[in-house]
Each structure stands twice: as C-alpha cells, then as structure tokens.
Design a protein around this ligand. Structure first.
Ligand code: COA
Length: 574
C-alpha cells in the first residue's frame, strides 16, 4: 500500500515508522506539515496515497485532507485521552502504565474512532524523551502495524471510545519547581516530564533558564535550590530533602532575540555569567578501582561507568541527546584504555538505554568561540576513541545499542567486532544531511561490513534503517528483541556466553591476523588523514553548508520544505 507520512518533523518515531513500513514492502513518502493548509492539501493530493499516517503531528490535519484520504494519527495516550501534553502529564503524575492510540483524523483533535492501541509500562526513573524513543515507540509501532493491517483488510470498523478526556497543554506554571517545598521525588518527576523538551523554566543565579535532565544525588544536601557541586558539565542543586543533578541548561529566549539552545549546564553558566559559584567545593563519591567496579568519573554524577562481570568488562556511557563532546570522547577513551588493562576477554561498549551515540556535539561546537577549531578537536577526539577500538586485538569488543545511533555515532559502533542492537533502534549511518564527508574511519569500517556498493547507497540515500534491515545488510550482527528495560541484562547474558565460548581464542587469532593484513594494505592512519582532509576543508570554509545546517539544527529551525530524499517514495530499505 502506498503510504504517506505527515509529520511536523522527521523525528525519531516518524523515522522508525518510515523504516518499519519500508521493511514490510510498503512504498513510503514523507510530507512535513510546515506550510499553510492549502499547500499541504496540494502536496497530499499530488502523492495520492492509499493511506496517510501522522506519527508525530503537532498541528491539526486540514479538513480537505482527512475528508478525502484515510488519515491515521498516532496519539501518545490511551484511547479516550486527548490533548497536546499526554506523555508529559503521565510522567509528571507518576503513572506506572500509559498507552498509545492510532485514531482516525476527524474535525475534533484526538476524538476520532480508534484503529488500534497498545499500552506500555512507565518505569519511574526514566525521562520523557527516553520513554518516547523506547517503550512508547515500541507500543506505537505495534499499534501502527496492526492499524495498517486492519485498514488493508477492508473489513475492520474502528471503534469510538465511550468517553473522551481533554487534558490541556502542560504549562510552565504547572511544571515549576518550588525549591523550598518540593522534595527530591517531585523535583525529579517535574524534570523528567519536561526532558528533553521543553525543560523546566527556573530562575537561577539571576537568570531564567530551562533545566534539562534530572538524576538523584545520593549524598549531598544543602539549602534548597543552592548549587552544591558540578561534575562533567552537570550541576547539583539541593532540594528540601536531598539534591538532584541537572545535565543541561538553555537560557530563556529574549523576546525578539535569537533562538537559544541547550548546553552542558556548567558551560551554559560560564557562557551566560562568566562564573560558576558553588556553595561548597565540588564533591563526589570516590570509588577505588576494583576488579568488580570502577567509577571512572570519580563522582556521584557519572556519565561513564566501568563494571566487570566474570571476564567481561562493561564500559557504559550515557550522554544527553547521544552527542559526544571533546571532553566526553577523551574521558571515554581514558576509561576504554583502563578497560584494556583489565584481565577480560570481552569489552562491551555502549549504553544501558536509549541513544548509543549521535556523533560530535553540535551544540558545543556552535557555542565555541571558533566552531571550526572545535569541530576538528571533537572529530580528532572521537577518531582517537574509534582507533583505540579498532586496534584492540587481544580481546573482542561488542558495541551494544539499546537505541538510536547516527552519523559518527553509528560509525563508532562499526569499529567493534560485533554490533548488538535492540530491535527498536533506528540507525542513520550517514553524514550528508549535516553537510559533512564524515570521519571516524568510516571509509574503512562501513565498506568492510557491507561492501562498497551498499556503503555508497547508505551514505547517499541518507535514510533511517531498522535494526532488522541493518542486520540483513551486515551492519548489525545480533538483533535483540526485548523491551528497553531488559536490554542491559540481555547484553550481560550474551556477553557472558561469548566470553565462555571455546572458539574465542581462535576468533582472537583471526582478528589479529585480519587487522595486520588490513594495515599492510592501507594503514589506518591513511584512512584518517584522507577523511580529516575532507572534513578540515568543510570546517575551514565559512560558506560550506555545514555551518548553516549546524546552526539550524541546534536552534531547531524548521526547514523551508520537505527534503527531496523524504518526499520521494522509498521502497524497501534492504
Ligand atoms: N549534537 C548535539 N545534539 C544532538 C546531536 C548532536 N550530534 N544529535 C542529536 N542531538 C540532540 C537533538 O538536538 C535533540 O535534542 P532535544 O532533545 O533537545 O530535542 C536530541 O539530541 C534528540 O535528537 P532528535 O533529533 O530529536 O532525535 P531524532 O531521533 O529525532 O533524530 C538524528 C536523530 C540522529 C537524525 C538527528 O538527531 C541528527 O541528525 N543528529 C545529528 C547527527 C550528526 O550529524 N552528527 C554530527 C556528525 S558526527
């Protein structure tokens, strides 16, 4: 069936719907709802789809569209729930289950008959956008695919729920943290309900900021609202009964002023005020290195941890938005080098939930006094990490992807011996949309995995892939069919089995020999130099599209129109 996706942005859920429908053989095109209703109606008429699906639409479908084409809307709430802040409210209210509904567009928003729905758990300690890309996305795909089947059958009659409840937009007044009254659990709920957008508006050190990301601090206490510590870019603020870590800040936009964007909290404070003043010197819990666990960050807010189970070393990282800045890449490299000194057979490199990596940190580059120099520093830092992985010949390295990976982040995974990927992850192994040639030794690793022809197609098409499609192409070695919260345990079990396998010594021997052969044909340094030459030319050219694309990306500027590669109907991804 020819399907048109209508979306406010080609966001993660729209990408996943796009990729999964293509895997099922449906020709799929995308039209972004950016312009006025008449132009959108005209675009839909031109596409002449058999079915319109709106995975993420923040505006109403024009009547001329829903009255002439079957239109299915994905609503992030259970049947009968209506309104623009459904998931935000569910997280803020501390619910433990929620739902997603595929309903038919009618005149009243979210009030149409239901084609399919699915429910899912809301783990208490997870932020909204992580849930949106994880549990909600899994449930949404289940409901969308069922709705498509039901629609295709021609025999199903959608059901109108007996009652509807309209929940209004969750305002900043309702999100506001009362630092002198709210206990830690309430503060965390508010932060998580607003993570990663829109953030919680707060006045701090005389400036209005949106606060993004919330993690509990187990030890520190202080005067409520006060800044107690900083660690790896995050700030720790006291609550009435403890403290929380806030990873990122975004200044409130001045009316008529330029759009603002998120930065690691300490950098944002430094940029905004020239100083970060703590009530007490930064403190944290130091854990001595042991064979069992080493906290590689030396503090209670850790974005990188290393743990050993048997002869498997698990090097875990979690960076907001999957973006890896220069400092994070260098710290991860240090931690990886430490992991290489340990008596293990296997290193698992990855995240426990959500993003694996989206490559270099475009926001910090944009905010840097010299973005070209910072781009290069960030690329060199991620290249150093990739090189260390590629030259690890004395043990196996597994890249564990619980969620999405893109650009240099996807290529980082390919440096490992095997890529283990959760079924719900979406991969974007290309750089073209950011105007970059690409680095991270991708010219070595991508063709090595999929062959030169497929590598050329993937980088040129610049389309998202499901884990299953990536597996069929050879990019992914194992697809793990599990819920987001089960991924880490499943990886631990699989890695343990691998470490015990009797074929491991032979595999390591073959790996070392292959690396030596490849190095003799063309050294890794030659791949790196050639990639960096192309990247430097882009960084140093102020007229190169990369600079404008980066600026638009970090400020979330809407494109003028639907990009051509999305508007064209795409057949099967594999
Ligand atoms: N640098 C900084 N922030 C990044 C980022 C990067 N490389 N990649 C993603 N993010 C942020 C996004 O701005 C977004 O922030 P928000 O939560 O405040 O909205 C968040 O991470 C999630 O990204 P989003 O774009 O909403 O996710 P998505 O799943 O809809 O789309 C991508 C995923 C990968 C297609 C898109 O994020 C992207 O194109 N990223 C840039 C990749 C890139 O070019 N990297 C540089 C070259 S190595």
């Amino acid at each position: 069936m020819r399907i048109l996706l209508l979306a406010s942005a080609f966001n993660s859920l729209t990408q996943r719907v796009h990729a999964e429908l293509r895997d099922l053989g449906h020709p799929v095109a995308v039209e972004l709802a950016l312009r006025d209703d008449q132009q959108l109606t005209e675009a839909v008429r031109r596409h002449a789809p058999g079915l319109v699906i709106a995975p993420m639409l923040t505006t109403a479908v024009p009547e001329e569209v829903w009255s002439t084409h079957p239109c299915l809307i994905v609503h992030p709430g259970p049947p009968g729930d209506r309104g623009p802040s459904s998931l935000d409210r569910a997280v803020q209210e501390g619910r433990d289950r929620w739902g997603v509904t595929v309903l038919q567009a009618v005149a009243e928003m979210d009030a149409g008959p239901v084609w399919a729905s699915a429910d899912f758990p809301l783990p208490p300690d997870i932020g909204k956008s992580d849930l949106y890309r994880g549990e909600l996305a899994d449930a949404a795909l289940q409901a969308v695919l069922l709705a498509v089947d039901r629609f295709a059958s021609g025999t199903y009659t959608p059901v109108t729920p007996p009652t509807h409840t309209w929940q209004p937009y969750l305002t900043q007044d309702e999100r506001r943290i009362d630092w002198h009254a709210d206990p830690t659990t309430t503060v965390l709920r508010k932060l998580r309900a607003a993570d990663s957008q829109p953030g919680v508006l707060d006045t701090f050190q005389g400036t209005e900021w949106y606060l993004h990301g919330g993690h509990p601090e187990p030890h520190l206490k202080g005067t409520p609202g006060e800044l107690l510590a900083t660690q790896h870019g995050a700030i720790c603020r006291a609550t009435t009964d403890g403290a929380v870590w806030i990873a990122e800040l975004r200044p409130r936009r001045v009316p008529g002023g330029p759009a603002t964007f998120k930065l690691p909290a300490t950098q944002a404070l430094l940029k905004g005020r020239g100083a970060v003043t703590c009530a007490a010197p930064p403190r944290g819990r130091e854990e001595p290195p042991t064979t069992r666990t080493q906290n590689t960050t030396g503090g209670s807010y850790s974005d990188i941890t290393y743990e050993e189970q048997g002869t498997v070393g698990h090097l875990t990282f979690r960076f907001p938005g999957g973006a890896m800045n220069t400092d994070q890449c260098r710290r991860l490299l240090t931690a990886y080098r430490h992991a290489r000194t340990r008596p293990t057979d296997v290193i698992v490199l990855g995240a426990k939930r959500d993003f694996f990596s989206n490559g270099i940190h475009l926001n910090l580059i944009e905010a840097a006094p010299d973005p070209a120099a910072e781009s290069l520093a960030n690329i060199e830092a991620i290249d150093d990490l990739v090189e260390e992985v590629l030259t690890t010949t004395d043990r196996l390295v597994i890249a564990a992807l619980p969620g999405n990976a893109a650009a240099g982040g996807a290529m980082l995974a390919l440096a490992a011996d095997e890529v283990w990927c959760r079924r719900g992850a979406v991969l974007n192994p290309h750089y073209r949309l950011m105007g970059l040639y690409g680095s991270e030794y991708w010219t070595y690793t991508l063709p090595r995995k999929v062959g030169p022809a497929v590598a050329a197609r993937l980088t040129e098409d610049a389309l998202p892939l499901t884990a299953a499609c990536a597996h069929s192409l050879g990019l992914v070695d194992q697809v793990i069919d599990c819920a987001p919260s089960e991924f880490a345990d499943e990886i631990t079990r699989m890695a343990d089995r691998l470490a015990r396998s009797t074929s491991l010594p032979a595999r390591l021997g073959a790996k070392k020999a292959a690396r030596e052969r490849d190095e003799a044909v063309r050294p890794l340094s030659a791949y790196r130099a050639a990639e960096l030459e192309r990247m430097r030319a882009v960084f140093d050219d102020p007229a190169a599209p990369y600079h404008a694309l980066r600026s638009a990306f970090v400020r979330k500027r809407r494109p003028n129109g639907t990009p051509d590669h999305l508007r064209t109907e795409c057949p099967n991804g594999g």
